[in-house]
Design a protein around this ligand. Structure first.
Ligand code: ATP
Ligand code: MG
Length: 140
């Protein structure tokens, strides 16, 4: 498996509880390298565009409100099989179903306020990284 990059967001529920370092430790312990990282306040427009795939879902408005409710940390993670590895250590979307030791099992509060986002394919990772990072801000 070649070295891959994936896109990660530490969500507002986690930044509010000062969990950035603890979540980053889970990623780093899994062999993922943080090669780009920025703390931002997402605009309404950015959140709507980022989650446009869920526009028809009943929770879309709630999701956009949540993602703009506080600071987030946007990240580029790099490593062997990074997309799948990251999804594995994030755990299931619903923390009640997340495996022991995963970020969502450890820290998520609900299916909506679930602490982290991770790209679900290499193709989407490229699109999502480009939405928040220029190549000059990524150093592998
Ligand atoms: P993400 O895309 O954030 O990494 P995911 O891929 O595990 O999460 P998706 O199905 O893509 O899950 O849903 C995107 C996000 O929408 C979830 O992470 C969660 O914050 C929110 N969400 C999903 N399902 C629900 C729901 N039933 N009620 C409220 N919010 C939800
Ligand atoms: Mg998703």
């Amino acid at each position: 498996m070649a070295i891959q990059r994936t896109f990660s967001i530490i969500k507002p529920d986690a930044t509010a509880r000062n969990l950035t370092g603890k979540i980053n430790a889970v990623f780093e312990d899994a062999g993922l390298r943080i090669v780009g990282q920025r703390r931002i306040r997402m605009t309404d427009e950015q959140a709507k565009r980022f989650y446009a795939v869920h526009a028809e879902r009943p929770f879309y408005g709630e999701l956009v409100d949540f993602m703009t409710s506080g600071p987030v940390v946007v990240q580029v993670l790099e490593g062997e099989n990074a997309v799948a590895k990251h999804r594995e250590v994030m755990g299931a979307t619903n923390p009640a179903e997340a495996a022991e030791g995963t970020v969502r099992k450890l820290y998520a509060q609900s299916i909506g306020e679930n602490s982290v986002h991770g790209s679900d394919s290499e193709e989407n990772a490229k699109i999502e990284i480009a939405q928040f990072f220029s190549e000059a801000d990524i150093a592998g």
